[in-house]
Design a protein around this ligand. Structure first.
Ligand code: NAP
Length: 222
């Protein structure tokens, strides 16, 4: 459990100064559905930024999405649990799913900081580059950038100048980049393949595919 990992690392040592900092990755996304691109990106971020744990936070009610185009939050949560269960450094949080109202990243980040305020904790918010491109339209973007480090995951070859232009030079310096080749896989493509009766094998964990087929998710485009 996340709490136990934080307790055991962040409480080690004696005296405040010697307490170790727990480096927590928050993997934010709709995960509609989760696929290998997300999993590879999270694992690469964990290794590159020396994160102690990555907790996946499936969005509850995103402010920028039409609900009818998304599988129910409980389905997205369970698929995320199935996909991450074999990695001891991964966990899944119900924080956004159980929180009432729209899901704002700033509230999620603040929740983790408050929940573990007695420990030394550093937060890395990991999400897709296309989402980061829009960060200035999110609620309290300056606060987000003060509270945590943003890791923008993108496939190799992405035009970094476009991001710099979009969010400004100063904000660009606050964002860390993660090139993850597996991000050629996309949830949109998987949903379209399912609606079109095409195979999705090897794009996502088998357990997730079985879940999708059993619950008959994504049979319609959108
Ligand atoms: P999105 O707009 O659906 O996704 C944009 C792109 O990023 C897609 O190509 C998506 O690929 C990719 N992506 C999304 N999450 C990713 C991840 N964790 N790792 C790698 N690639 C990822 O974005 P979203 O999924 O709805 O939201 C992403 C995060 O931003 C969420 O945590 C959300 O809460 C946050 N957000 C917050 C606000 C706010 O606070 N106002 C507004 C917008 C977004 P796939 O489609 O394949 O996943």
């Amino acid at each position: 459990m996340l709490k136990d990992s934080i307790r055991s690392k962040a409480s080690s040592g004696t005296g405040t100064k010697r307490k170790k900092t727990f480096r927590l990755g928050i993997m934010g996304g709709t995960f509609n559905p989760i696929h290998y691109g997300h999993l590879v990106a999270a694992e690469q971020a964990r290794c590159k930024f020396k994160l102690d744990e990555v907790t996946f936070v499936p969005s509850g009610t995103p402010p920028h999405k039409e609900p009818r185009k998304m599988a129910d939050s409980e389905h997205r949560y369970l698929m995320t649990v199935l996909a991450t269960s074999n990695n001891p450094y991964f966990s899944v949080s119900r924080q956004e799913i159980d929180r009432e109202g729209l899901s704002y990243a700033v509230d999620t980040i603040q929740y983790f900081l408050d929940e573990y305020s007695e420990y030394k904790i550093k937060i890395y918010f990991i999400t897709g580059m296309d989402a980061v491109m829009e960060i200035l339209t999110w609620r309290n973007p300056e606060t987000i950038m003060e509270l945590c480090t943003i890791i923008a995951a993108t496939r190799p070859g992405f035009d970094m100048e476009a991001l710099k232009h979009h969010i400004g030079r100063k904000n660009f310096r606050a964002v860390k980049l993660l090139r993850a080749s597996a991000l050629a896989i996309s949830s949109t493509d998987i949903r379209e393949r399912l609606a079109g009766g095409l195979p999705i094998k090897y794009l996502l964990p088998e357990t997730v595919e079985q879940y999708i087929r059993k619950k008959q998710l994504y049979l319609e485009t959108g």
